[in-house]
Every structure is written in C-alpha cells, then in structure tokens.
Design a binder for this molecule. Sequence first.
Ligand code: ASP
Length: 578
Amino acid sequence: MSWRDVMCGDPRTEHVGKTLTLGGWADTRRDHGGLVFVDLRDHTGTTQLVINPERSPAAAEVAKEIRNEFVLRARGEVVERAPETVNAAMPTGEVEVQVDDLEIVSRSTPLPFQLDEEGVDENLRLRYRWLDLRTPRMQRNMRLAHTVISSIRRTMDGLGFIDVWTPSMTRGTPEGARDFLVPVRLQPGRFFALAQSPQIFKQLCMIGGLDRYYQIATCWRDEDLRADRQFEFRQLDLEMAFVEREDVLDVLEQVVVEAFAAVGRDAPTRPFPRLTYADALLRYGTDKPDLRFGLEIQDATEVTRGSEFGIFGGAETVRFLTVPRVFSRAELQRLEEIAKEWGAKGLAYLVYEGGEVRSPIAKFLSEAELDAFRAEQGSTVLFGAGDAATVARVLGGMRIHLGRELELASDEELFHWVVDFPLFEIDDDTGNWTFLHHPFTAPIAGHEDRVAGDPGNALSQHYDLVWNGWELGSGSIRIHRADVQQDVFRTMGMTDDEARGKFAFLLDALAMGAPPHGGFAMGIERFLALMADEPNIRQVVAFPKVSSGSDPLTGAPAPAGTEQLRELGIRLVDENPT
Ligand code: ASP
C-alpha cells in the first residue's frame, strides 16, 4: 500500500467505484454500534471513512482503538452516500470510503486540548504548537503567509530587485531598540550584535552598485513584546539607487496591491493618499492614524487665546473633537478618567442636547468661542488643552477609543503614507537631539543647513506606510554625502572620533562615490496579521514567543552551563538567577 493516493480533501463523486488509499489524522470517531465512522483529516480537508465489520472484520478490530489525532492509513472503495446522509457542508460530503484495510500508523497520548475547542489558553496552545498548527485557523494563517511572501518575492523579482543576504551578526545598528548581544568564544569580551535591521548593509549594496536590493530579512530587537511586536521578526527590506521618494512608494504600493490579488481580495486603490506628519498629528493626534472614520481633531488655539475660561486662555494649544453622540454625566466622567491616563488634567466638554448646551464651562465662553465649537444637536464636543504633544496624545487616544466604542470605522481597507517627518526630536533621557527614524535619513531638499543650524526645524525624507491605524513600515531617502552624515552625527552629540569609531565604514563608503538612494522596510508579520484579520502577530508566526519573552514550547531562554560560559569568558553577576 502506498501512503496515499489522494489527499483527504479530494474524494468526489468522480472517484466512486475506485479503491484508494488515504493517510491522515483521525479528526473524529463515531461508533454507531458496530459501524464506525472516522473523519480522516489533512490540510486539504476531511473524508468520512466507514468501517463495517461485515466488510472487513480486521479493520473493525483496528477501529476500536482509534482515538482523536491518531495517524491512520486506510484503503477502501469510494462510494456515493445515500441522499439523506449527504453532508453539504463538506466538499467531500457526497461520498465516503468503505474501508477494507486500516492501519494505525502512529498513536497519540490524550490531548491537552481538543482541536475544535474554543478559548484554549494561548500558553497551552504554544506549548503544544504542533497540535495547534493542525487547527484550521493556523493552517489558514501559515498558508496565507506563504502565499503573501511568494507574491512579494514575485513582485520584487519582476521589478528587478535582487535578493542579497546580509549578516545577522554584526555591529549595533541604530534602529532605536536595544541590541541582542552574541558573545564570541574566539575573542572573549567581544560581542556581535544581532542586526536590528540590514540598514547599513543595504546602503552599502547601493554604494556597491547593486542598484536594487531586497531581502525578507529577520531583524532582532530587544524591546518589550506586544501584540504587534516580537524579539525577532521579518521585514520586506529593500533599497534602490537613483530614486526619489515617489519611486520607493510606488514599489511598495505594487507589493501591497499584488499581495491582495494573490490572496483573492479586492486591492486598495492606488495611489495611497499622502498625509504630512504635521497634518496627521493635528487632525488625528498620531503619526499612524486610522482613517476608516472621520472624527477629526480641530484646532481652537486662536479663538480661545485670552479666553475667560482660564484653562483655555493660558494653554499653548486648545483642540477639540466633535462626537456625534450625547454622553451622560457618568460616561463623561469615565472619558475623563481615560483622558487623565493619557496625561490630561481634565476633560472639558459641551453637550448639545434638547436645543441647549450642557456644560460647566459654557458660561465662561464668549460668543465667538461658542460659534467656533457649535455642533449639531445630539453631539458632544470634547476638548484638550495644554502642550501640543499632550493634546495630540489625549485627543488622538480619545478619537481611537470612541471610534472603536461607537463602531465608526468603515470596513474598507485603508492604506496611506505619512510623509515629511521631522528629522530630529529631543531625547528625553539625554536632552540631546536624536533621530526620529534613523541617523541615515536625508533632510528634505533645502534643509541640509538646518541639520547643524536649526535641527528642530529640519524636515526629513522619512515616510511611513499605515494600514487601518497600524504602522506597516518605514523608509527614507538616505544621506549620500559624507559631510551631511557627519553633521547629523554631530547634531546628535557625537564627536567626530565617536562617529568614526562606530561608523567609519559607512563614512568611508559615502566618501567613495555613493549614488543617491532610498528604501523601505515593511513588517511582514504585521502585514500578515492584518491580512489574516488576526489581532496579534503571534497568530501568524509558527513558533512565537509570549509577552514575557520566553518560548513556552522549548522553554527558551535557558541558563547556560558553567563550561560554556567559561569558554565564552563570561562570569554571571548573579550565579543563581531565578
Ligand atoms: N531600516 C529601517 C527599519 O528597519 C527601514 C528603512 O529605513 O529602510 O525600520
């Protein structure tokens, strides 16, 4: 007997009369007093096996022992089911296999959870991931991942990109996270860092004349794990020479649209809208807005200047949101608590209801102010007052919260670009200027002098791709002049010696004929999770880690043996860590 002639999802009426062998897992077993039914499953579907003691006494003996998830090989005749037993919900539901030979190929211990069980604890699913991978959900996600990644590769290939492998073990790459360090036995006391991204290598590929590079690159970043973050993740990483921003965006839009086509979904409309960073913060309070609903933030700083309501009058920024709903006092109190969690001191409001305005602050507001805020009956105006960053955070958070709560989002898939980010921001820890994206991002044309002279007002050629409020990735046109790169390092507070100490190879390369270039990196798992409509990237990763940073399957990370540590020249501060 061969292992299988057809897959479990294959049998149809055209097979009737044929004797076929099938292999797979026992999905369910039903004993009807003598007659035993087993649904045999593989990734293509299930077929009903019928084991009849009159037809095959030997098979009937074997069938008694079958339990869920045993691996079976069955040989028998495909027959048409009686009309009343046809199962329209199953693609193979018009036929069944009358078994002649049945073999238990492999047994299973009792299962920690049933494959069709709802709400199984995620740690348990991950501990027994090989079982979890057999569920329709994980089968679908893993195959979807493959389809999408194959499509990405085809698109990149079609556009003339070449796949170049870059090292994982390297020097620290500044992407704003902590490095994972790798000790080196041959050079005790020295460490490689696992690449946070192939950023500098891909730039060197451009300087090396490779013209169009891409890679489905694994990146390692020591950051707290979240729904959209793992220690290691993949990026569609790409770089192009002799391009401007629009050339790069065009490639990404093609990648996205073709991936949608590959999974049989309607593609989002191109070109994706472009929104400036300043506009995004002003209107949506975030640089990754969810544009599936309006609820735009409006500015009221001018009209409230000198307001009798002191909190408005003295505030650097006053903005508001008009929500198409009337909130009760209790609801407003709860919204205020939420606003306070984001840094607000309180939550001023105006409720338009019954032809009146209900608000403790209305009496302090001038006619001009009330005119500016006037909204339709049945709405509530919510205010944020304070410094611009806090107001954006509070009202941006409020907008997302209310968008969800009031189910305002349309069911379109909305992609857009955020462009014209600032080049630098102040690092709260050091008080120094630091990069917003990474230090290799070019200023926009005409802002080169601001790098040294007016860093706070230098805009950059950095762009982000956002899908329904998730940041899918970032990229930029890079600095291709060694002097501008030096200026960026200086503005960040590095001496020239420090800069050479870390980046001599890049500075030297930039000084030897660097073409203009730019690129992008799109988070593969984020893209897949959204494609699969999964709330968490763990559901599209075969073997993910949980939020504590460990892997329930293997138990990693694990302590290292004394001998191994000695060889690496490492002594632990705490000999008995918990
Ligand atoms: N290296 C950047 C990142 O990983 C992407 C890029 O600028 O191409 O976010």
